[in-house]
Design a binder for this molecule. Structure first.
Ligand SMILES: Nc1ncnc2c1ncn2[C@@H]1O[C@H](COP(=O)(O)OP(=O)(O)OP(=O)(O)O)[C@@H](O)[C@H]1O
Length: 272
């Protein structure tokens, strides 16, 4: 039974804005405009997906929010600060590859962000164990990455992102390389973590089905130049469990988001 405090739901209309993108643009040194004039407010507690074809600037936008890439024009604030200038532990980042240190145990991989903050291992035990428990890997603390399946490695990567107890979780196509059953399972786990920890999540994906299953809003992006094409609100269907995948509401939402995505493709010259 899920308690009210941890129930999955879209945030209230008047929830405070956590991320503000105001005309945010990114042009790389070679002239490529990866993101042009992105305007978006993301409220605390939202689960947002950035969806779009390859090269539409999804990863670039995510990295700009994380402060991993500079902004060429416009402005982004995260919790009122320029990206990367607030408390760094407030942001967790999960990449497409699990990027674990192969020579280190699961425990030491998850401990890494705390170690980088100067924490001694003996004081970090509770935090690391809590993060591992939250992704169901308590008994694999002493294992090495080579002993884990792809899905388990990704769970370690999520635990590492959560160990500093961030408010904001940024996920860049985290499950793209996994088989569908593992992906569905991890989708459910991420929804549970989102609700339990009261996170705000931005999730980059190519998949209409994944974006509709997970998000309360889908930001559909178009390429050349990368930009926001449509924002689709999907406030219903909670709690989103496997049953939701079989409902007419889910099918209809997938149809709406697919149509929005197709519109973006119609406006692109085929050059590949
Ligand atoms: N460091 C860089 N230097 C120059 N151009 C870049 C750089 N990084 C990305 N780009 C270009 O910017 C555009 C947007 O790239 P980005 O990776 O953000 O797209 P994406 O939507 O995440 O794509 P994918 O789904 O394939 O990962 C692309 O045309 C890409 O080639």
């Amino acid at each position: 039974m899920v308690s009210e405090a941890t129930a999955q739901k879209a945030p209230a209309e008047d929830a405070p804005v956590l991320i503000r993108m105001d005309g945010a643009s990114k042009q790389f040194a070679n002239g490529t405009v990866a993101v042009r004039d992105m305007n978006l407010d993301i409220r605390e507690g939202e689960f947002i997906s950035f969806l779009g074809p390859s090269g539409c600037g999804k990863s670039t936008a995510l990295k700009m929010i994380a402060g991993l890439l500079s902004i060429s024009a416009g402005e982004i604030t995260v919790n009122g600060h320029p990206p990367g200038k607030g408390r760094e532990q407030d942001i967790g980042f999960v990449f497409q590859e699990a990027t674990l240190m192969p020579w280190a145990t699961v425990f030491d991989n998850v401990f890494l962000p705390l170690r980088m903050k100067g924490m001694k291992k003996k004081y970090a035990r509770d935090e690391v164990e809590e993060a591992l428990a939250s992704v169901g890997l308590s008994s694999f603390s002493g294992a090495y990455p080579r002993q884990l399946s792809g899905g388990m490695k990704m769970r370690v990567s999520i635990a590492r992102a959560l160990v500093t107890k961030p408010k904001l979780l940024l996920m860049d196509e985290p499950f793209a390389a996994l088989d569908e059953i593992t992906r569905f399972k991890l989708n459910n786990d991420v929804l549970e973590l989102w609700a339990r920890h009261g996170l705000t999540v931005i999730f980059v994906t190519h998949s209409v089905f994944e974006s509709v299953y997970l998000s309360n809003r889908v930001v559909v992006m178009a390429a050349r130049p990368g930009r926001v094409s449509r924002v689709v609100d999907l406030p219903g269907g909670y709690p989103r469990t496997e049953h939701y995948r079989t409902t007419p509401e889910y099918a209809e939402n997938c149809r709406i988001v697919s149509a929005a995505l197709e519109e973006t493709m119609d406006n692109v010259d085929i050059d590949h």
